[in-house]
Design a binder for this molecule. Structure first.
Ligand SMILES: [Zn+2]
Length: 324
């Protein structure tokens, strides 16, 4: 049987979301009027208004903070709620992993997505299927699932470079004089980090190296049946770098791991670095600290979403779907 790409049909979207919504409803003892129910909705305008009403802040906060749900469940619910949160509550919109959705579209700022990429990003955020059956991956010959989660960990070099560039450019604009290539160790050409700072007194009295790791929230959460904790995954990713950190310290360099996952969460050291870089940017550019921090986070999450979607788009093209 030939694989087919699934059309993004409104009714199909609602049908696919129904099981997730059912599981939320059955886990929570919500009063009838608060239960999420998408059935029978055929008008998208109605859907948005309806979502604003049902996913009010209290219910949403409860759902999002409940540890019985996996990060991925919460991520998809968050995506669903963002339809309303983003349009109605501007104070809140930068707190969420979907904050990149309201980034200023501009090619000069490298903040533009192809329409296919944008569609794919939204589809993926909602946890919808792309294909009607699994297909073999041309890179590793394993099977690619219908939600295309496989592609994210399988091909990660371009997104790593793109995110490295975001941190580098933003730090440069913040006047922090970052560099790409620094020979840290006398004994080898090995580069232990992605971005270097000769002088970054806000976080260390030594030279500073930042090393970026992107972990795949989607496939990690999907492949194991247990409810995983994204913080734990991010901490594990950071801990893997401890040996390099020790070696750096011996050479007079402070080493900071910077882990983020594909569902838009940052590790503690990453958050600390974002704060420090945003602080410098704020001082240099004369914008408020919160504006600077939002901007950096948006840029990182936008770039991640864009490159994740680009992998999926390339893959769908290789199957003969999508144009060009
Ligand atoms: Zn593969």
């Amino acid at each position: 049987m030939q694989p087919e790409i699934l059309k993004i049909d409104k009714q199909e979207i609602l049908d696919q979301l129904q099981p997730t919504i059912d599981s939320f409803n059955s886990e929570f003892d919500l009063p009838n009027e608060k239960r999420i129910n998408l059935q029978g909705l055929t008008n998208m305008k109605k859907t948005q208004k309806y979502l604003s009403e049902i996913v009010d802040k209290v219910v949403l906060d409860n759902l999002l903070s409940d540890s019985r749900f996996s990060v991925l469940d919460r991520y998809h619910l968050r995506a669903l709620a963002d339809f309303s949160v983003h349009s109605s509550d501007s104070a809140d919109q930068n707190q969420v992993t979907g904050c990149w959705l309201n980034i200023l579209p501009s090619s000069d700022l490298d903040q533009l997505m192809e329409s296919d990429e944008f569609k794919i990003s939204c589809q993926s955020r909602l946890g919808l299927d792309f294909l009607n059956q699994q297909v073999k991956c041309s890179k590793c010959r394993e099977m690619v699932d219908v939600k295309l989660h496989h592609l994210s960990p399988c091909d990660k070099s371009t997104r790593h470079h793109a995110l490295q560039k975001v941190i580098f450019n933003f730090s440069r604009d913040a006047g922090l004089n970052p560099s790409w290539e620094v020979k840290c160790f006398d004994d080898s050409k090995h580069r232990p980090g992605d971005v270097y700072f000769p002088h970054f007194p806000a976080i260390s009295d030594k030279k500073v190296a930042i090393d970026l790791t992107i972990i795949s929230g989607h496939s990690n959460f999907k492949s194991s049946g247990v409810r995983q904790n994204t913080i734990k995954n991010l901490e594990d990713a950071d801990a893997e770098k401890n040996k390099i950190r020790e070696k750096c310290l011996k050479n007079g360099i402070d080493f900071f791991p910077f882990a983020m996952d594909t569902t838009g969460h940052f590790s503690k050291p990453a958050s600390k670095l974002i704060t420090a870089i945003a602080n410098a940017y704020s001082g240099k550019k004369g914008v408020s600290f919160s504006t600077a921090k939002d901007l950096l986070k948006k840029k990182l999450l936008f770039t991640l979403a864009k490159f994740e979607a680009r992998h999926s788009a390339d893959f769908l093209r290789s199957l003969g779907f999508l144009g060009g």
